[in-house]
Design a protein around this ligand. Structure first.
Ligand SMILES: [Zn+2]
Length: 368
């Protein structure tokens, strides 16, 4: 006769932002050009003689933080013109990549995937490879200094022509053994369907490279369907409107396709009316592999710790739920499976020291 296991009462563990800060975490959806330190932007602008809208840290911060100022995704994307104006030199890119990984490490993010579109950094004539090399240098430096592992995702842009996406895909393939490169499609969804960029995705998939795609943020579930079925996405960025198509939702759930949720960003771009209207709770209860991310640390004035805290308060997630969402992040990393298992097991062991009781029987099954 087997002994009946009593489920632990997690209500006794109070969820605070301090507690979440201490827990090991992942950050899978984070844009390099949306996650710079404001002070750094000002210093780089002075070095490069670039004019910013403000030279004062607080004024520039206020200008770049979106808050409730944006009416839609297009408005939200405007601040990127400012950050990109000083991200046209390898040294600047290296510094920003390093600082982003350092900021993430300081809030105990143990695995960070940074995404950017090299094509947005060529205004001063930098070669695409130079941009990639600079990001790799910055991230590697952070890895040697802090307890963090990093990966890179190259973004094709929906609003830039498909030929450019193909060029970026070719470069991603060439770099695939360096920092576990993956390919993404970002930018305005409405009017720029993912399937136009199918050739780039086909090249990526034929070369066994990982795929994620921004979908179902500013446009309905059709966009998610295209990302999965026409572009072969292994993960979905946002997926906010997946809730509108039950059949597709089941497909995503059955195939354990991770959703990269970015709560603050979704409220700010008006993908959802307010935090309470976000489908995260339903997704979680239904069993979807949801992960929590920042999208843009600067524009959304946030961190992974803040986003998880916000989720726990908005949707009444207890400590068990928080740990499960964190574990989903480790399971969804674009790392080779064997490396993922190691990182996941380390994270579970650490979560247990805070009171989490793992229900996994088999370590390997847990990472699937
Ligand atoms: Zn994004």
């Amino acid at each position: 006769m087997s002994e009946k296991k009593v489920k632990k009462d997690y209500s006794k563990i109070e969820i605070t932002e301090e507690l979440i800060h201490k827990l090991p975490k992942t950050e899978l959806h984070c844009h390099l050009d949306g996650s710079c330190r404001v002070q750094t932007l000002i210093e780089l602008a002075a070095e490069q003689k670039v004019k910013l809208p403000f030279d004062d840290v607080e004024k520039l911060r206020e200008h770049l933080e979106v808050g409730d100022k944006a009416k839609n995704l297009g408005d939200y994307l405007k601040g990127f013109g400012v950050t990109l104006s000083v991200m046209q030199e390898p040294k600047a890119i290296e510094r920003i990549a390093f600082e982003l990984a350092e900021d993430a490490a300081k809030e105990n993010v143990r695995y960070l995937e940074v995404r950017y579109s090299p094509i947005l950094h060529i205004n001063k004539g930098m070669r695409l490879t130079e941009i990639n090399d600079a990001v790799i240098r910055g991230l590697s430096k952070a890895e040697s200094k802090h307890n963090i592992k990093t990966g890179i995702i190259v973004c094709g842009m929906r609003s830039i022509n498909p030929e450019t996406s193909l060029r970026l895909a070719e470069m991603t393939v060439a770099y695939k053994t360096r920092k576990h490169m993956a390919f993404d499609l970002a930018g305005q969804e409405d009017g720029y369907p993912a399937k136009d960029h199918q050739e780039a995705f086909a090249l990526i998939l034929r070369n066994n490279v990982n795929v994620t795609a921004h979908a179902g943020e500013a446009y309905g579930p059709e966009s998610i369907k295209q990302a999965i079925h026409d572009c072969g996405a292994h993960r979905i960025g946002h997926g906010t409107r997946l809730i509108e198509d039950g059949d597709l939702l089941n497909y995503v759930n059955d195939h354990r396709i991770p959703i990269e949720i970015c709560l603050s960003s979704n409220v700010q771009t008006k993908a959802v009316k307010d935090f309470k209207s976000h489908p995260l709770r339903i997704y979680y209860d239904y069993g979807l592999r949801v992960t929590i991310n920042t999208d843009n640390r600067l524009m959304s004035a946030t961190t992974v710790s803040k986003e998880i805290y916000l989720a726990s308060k908005t949707f009444n997630f207890n400590f068990d739920d928080v740990c499960n969402i964190i574990i989903n992040g480790f399971k969804s990393a674009f790392l080779p499976y064997r490396d993922r298992v190691v990182l996941l097991n380390e994270a579970i062991a650490e979560l247990q020291t805070y009171g989490f009781e793992s229900t996994y029987i088999d370590d390997k099954a847990a990472a699937m």
